[in-house]
Design a protein around this ligand. Structure first.
Ligand code: UGA
Length: 450
């Protein structure tokens, strides 16, 4: 929305939320207090805030004033009730639609931005139309519902929004489609705007994420095979990625994918497939999640095995807690499972991340900083100084591929560690030559030591 405001100075963009704290943070004078860390976002917000970009809790009046409303609420996986563990919870979409039905005035275009199961637009339409049938207002309101899912990735959001591969608009109301296209074409060429029916648009979002996640699980499964056979995953990636039909992108092996979307969207796809009786299709896509869980688990197991089956009381430094670099988002981060497993086995962890706070880590793993786990006696604390934390440590595990870790003086770091010490590189950020020079044991994903 901030990027829309940036390109369309004549359009007033208001972001509304029920969370007063969040809105306050977006309105904060201190730019470091904006709730999301995203390269380039701060500049866009500061450039437009107060001109044509506003953050507000006044949902009622903002809806009344709006000609177009983007529903961009969370659609997490349901934790209870029908479809629990798989289906998306649409309660926020539904309540947004009800608020729009109540407060809108005249004709309003509703754009579904949240990732939603196929046919959610139907639910929104039903709520809006029903409300009108039951309404006693003389001034009838009218609505058009479009789907226009978002394909940006965290960490590169502004770049992705500025120059997207494509923009999808699903719907049947030609006038509404024209108005939405007219916003995007202020900075995106018309050929990139794909018009589809509403269900294709909703489904394409899920499938794009499923295909991306599938590539990661595929390459991660092969990383294990490389370790077993002596092939080198980086060489395999180069060899297969050079085939233009396969392509080079999204083939980086790692500790498993995280983030708020891949797992949720695949669970949703599995649920929809089962709902339509397509058990084989559901089972096929579910395998991607099995491999992903297995990859995280196999890394923590492997670390414990390298210490002959116990990490009890071992000092281990974890480098990175965000689910990828250039974000402070930790949702479904592979670090969560790896850290939990090591603490469960009694390790003392020192966790560093350039953008994630100790409070956020605490929330994700459910154990307070410096609190001793009652069963395993494991613990964790935040490590702001990597070199200091490395002193007498038994292992360093790289979990997120932050650039700062690539610049570490490993010779110096390794010299501080208690021998025999280990480095575990789950993101392949070091060259083997660099690691071979260190007086230290190392394990790198997808390769065996020379
Ligand atoms: C993903 C999609 O890439 C976006 O197109 C989509 O809009 C977004 O989900 C969404 O649905 O909101 P995001 O989760 O922000 O974006 O980040 P990605 O760059 O896709 O990374 C996801 C996870 O896969 C990260 O944990 C990352 O480290 C991992 N990954 C990615 C790999 O392990 N290897 C790769 O080659 C690429």
């Amino acid at each position: 929305m901030a990027v829309i405001s940036d390109h369309c100075q004549d359009i007033k963009v208001t972001l509304v939320d029920t969370d007063i704290k969040k809105i306050k943070a977006w309105n904060s004078e201190d730019p470091s207090r904006l709730p999301i860390y995203e390269p380039g976002l701060q500049e866009v917000v500061l450039r437009n805030r107060g001109n044509n970009l506003f953050f507000s809790t006044d949902i009622k009046n903002s809806i009344r004033e709006a000609d177009m409303i983007f529903i961009s609420v969370n659609t997490p996986t349901k934790i209870k009730g029908l479809g629990a563990g798989y289906a998306s919870d649409l309660k926020w979409v539904e309540s947004s639609a009800r608020q729009v039905a109540e407060h809108a005035a005249g004709h309003t275009i509703i754009v579904e931005k949240s990732t939603v199961p196929v046919r959610t637009a139907e639910l929104i339409e039903e709520i809006l139309n029903r409300s009108q049938m039951e309404s006693k207002d003389i001034d009838k309101k009218t609505f058009s519902v479009l789907s226009s899912p978002e394909f940006l990735a965290e960490g590169t959001a502004i770049k992705d929004l500025e120059n997207p591969d494509r923009v999808l608009i699903g719907g049947s109301d030609k006038k509404a489609i024209k108005l939405l296209s007219a916003i995007y074409t202020r900075w995106i060429s018309e050929e990139k705007i794909l018009l589809t029916n509403v269900w294709s648009s909703e489904l394409s979002k899920l499938i794009a994420n499923a295909f991306l996640a599938q590539r990661i699980s595929s390459i991660n499964s092969i990383s294990a095979l490389c370790e077993a056979t002596g092939a080198d995953i980086q060489e395999v990636v180069k060899a297969i990625g050079s085939d233009q039909r396969i392509g080079k992108k999204f083939l980086s092996p790692g500790p498993g994918f995280g983030g708020s979307c891949f797992q949720k969207d695949i669970l949703n796809l599995v649920y929809i497939s089962r709902f339509y009786g397509l058990e084989i299709v559901a089972n096929y896509w579910e395998q991607i999640l099995f491999i992903n869980d297995w990859q995280k688990k196999r890394i923590s197991t492997l670390i414990i095995e390298k210490f002959f089956g116990t990490v009890s009381n071992k000092k281990i430094v974890i480098l990175g807690f965000a689910f990828k670099s250039y974000t402070n988002d930790t949702r479904e981060s592979p670090a969560i499972q790896i850290v939990k497993d090591l603490i469960e086995n009694g390790a003392r962890l020192y966790i560093n991340d350039p953008k994630v706070s100790a409070h956020q880590i605490e929330k994700e793993i459910g154990l307070k900083e410096m609190e001793i786990d009652k069963i395993s006696s494991g613990s964790w604390q935040f490590a702001s100084d990597i070199l200091f934390s490395a002193k007498d440590s038994d292992a360093i595990v790289v979990v997120t591929e932050w650039n700062v870790y690539k610049e570490i003086n490993w010779q110096e770091l390794a010299s501080k560690m208690r021998k025999p010490a280990w480095i575990f590189d789950t993101r392949i950020i070091f060259s083997k030559e660099e690691l071979n020079c260190l007086d230290i044991n190392y394990w790198q994903l997808g390769t065996i030591k020379d």
